[in-house]
Design a protein around this ligand. Sequence first.
Ligand SMILES: N[C@@H](CCC(=O)N[C@@H](CS)C(=O)NCC(=O)O)C(=O)O
Length: 236
Amino acid sequence: MRHPIEARWPFADPDKLQLFSFPTPNGVKVGAALEELGLPYEAHVVHIGKGDQHTEEFRALSPNGKIPVIFDPHGPGGEPMGVMESGAILLYLADKAGALVPTDPRGRLECLQWMLFQVGHVGPMFGQFGHFLRLDPEVCDHPYPRERYTAECKRLLTVLEGRLAGRAYLMGDDYSIADLMIWPWLNGAVTFYKADETLEMRAQTATWDWLQRCLARPASQRGLEVASPPKSSSAE
Ligand SMILES: N[C@@H](CCC(=O)N[C@@H](CS)C(=O)NCC(=O)O)C(=O)O
């Protein structure tokens, strides 16, 4: 056995990169990146609605108990290595394939800034927004959390709007891992939380057009399905 996680999720082809994920915004980032880069991989469903993330086998690779995580049998130096945190995974995959990340040092740093903007702001704020939006009022009926996270998400959308005005993608003409970090979250706000009106997303026209541009990529559409459970099983 190459890694303890294999005891629960066996590798069909141990020579391939192994992805452990679920089709949430953070999970979709890596599926879409792998599809975009054309790297051979095998996807395993970690059903976070059923508690797969809390198992000992999964935690051996993902100590924080979160998807997505990868195991590369041919990692740095040719040695096997696991990688957690979607931002680290995307940067690793982009470097490995030599694509989706600017090669000049200034561009690379700029790309990293927008990736970390997602990690520090878009993910946590949209995540909390969704949590309080869907929360049973019997648990908390105070308007403050909803108002706070709605306002913060709307503010973040204006930051993106400022960046995307006059640009096709966050880095300019070229699609990159910065885009891949962010569009799955905005897409989730539309499709999962049904919050495009609440967040007035269409009013941010450059951002809305960018989201449609990202979604129109065939790799994005395939990425949305990666590590999906069988149709009879629910994501909840
Ligand atoms: N910062 C992490 C966040 C990962 C994360 O929050 N994953 C969620 C799904 S979107 C998860 O695994 N949730 C399961 C749980 O909290 O039990 C990343 O970007 O990879």
